[in-house]
Design a binder for this molecule. Sequence first.
Ligand SMILES: *Cc1c(COP(=O)(O)O)cnc(C)c1O
Length: 372
Amino acid sequence: MLLFTPGPTPVPQNVRNAMSDATMHHRTPEFEAIFAQTRKHLFKLFNTDEVVMIASSGTGAMESAVINLCHNTLLNVNSGKFGERFGKIALAHNLKSVEIKNEWNTPVSVDAIIEAVKADSNIDAIAVQISESAGGLRHPVEEIAKAVKEINPNIMIIADGITAVGVEKIDVTNIDCLIAGSQKALMLPPGLAILGLSNNGIEKIGTGKGYYLNLASEIKKQKQNTTAYTAATTLIIGLLEVLETIEADGGIDELYTRTAIRAEAVNSALQAIGLHIYPESPAKSMTTIDDEKASEIRKVLKEDFKVNVAGGQDHLKGKIFRINQMGLIPNYEMAWVVNSVELALDKLDVRTYDGTANKVFNEITFKLSTDK
Ligand SMILES: *Cc1c(COP(=O)(O)O)cnc(C)c1O
């Protein structure tokens, strides 16, 4: 089965091998050396003043960011399940929450954020997805961050980059916390989350909030290449292997370029066979198609062609399907997926197969890859 869901993503074989050695104790010079190397790579990937790894799924990092960086009212952007989650986290910790809600295909407008910030002086943090995975959309996070800092530089910007870090270059100039998760663009099993932090963010954190998720305790320890509690040693060993693999494969900018080309080629290929891109501002992390036959298409993909793509959740259940673009994906695999979608449409009597999708995918991939 080809795993083409936008998380979890496939783990490369060399990374699985790296994680298969005997368990290492986390309080040893051997592991601390691995930790230090990993941190070095992460600083390059995040471009932030500090990075912290915690043993949790992505949601743990979201919770940690909210409790440590928001002390009063959180403004959260809800254009999907993950944006909604930030508001729920705030309420669970007795923080106040102001929400800007949109349909799942609609990115938040910078003006709406400015208006909300001006209307409520209690707002001390904003949480938003860079790529909202529920509908595959890209929010204008960098513009939001810049506009908000012009109004009040003390408002913390929490950017959920779980399907963005490792997908595209993110301008972190005005971002105080950038979150990544292991099982999405970082091509690892679930269980590790990473937070990139600004110096202003660290100042706001002070002595930190929470216990396990207290960022102050982690920052203090991780600067010394260790962790406050038992480190997720195996996943960190895997992360180092992933980051070294990306480097050996041409570097992170090369990965961003290839991801962007692939996303464009797939979007164009599927549009060429009459399919419709769901989000108004598609993220590069995934291709999201809305179609009344979404469930049937997914079923044919799985049963006839051994391709697993994601469906939709909540009110989009059965209405969309999402194809992963994150990670090191060989073009021949993506060509297989694109061709399978076209064959599925033929099988479902939507459109007669003529190879258009693959032709467009190959044309665009070749053109953009040789244009550089
Ligand atoms: C997957 C995802 C999360 C949540 O991560 P978990 O690892 O499931 O806790 C948060 N935000 C976005 C954008 C995601 O795609």
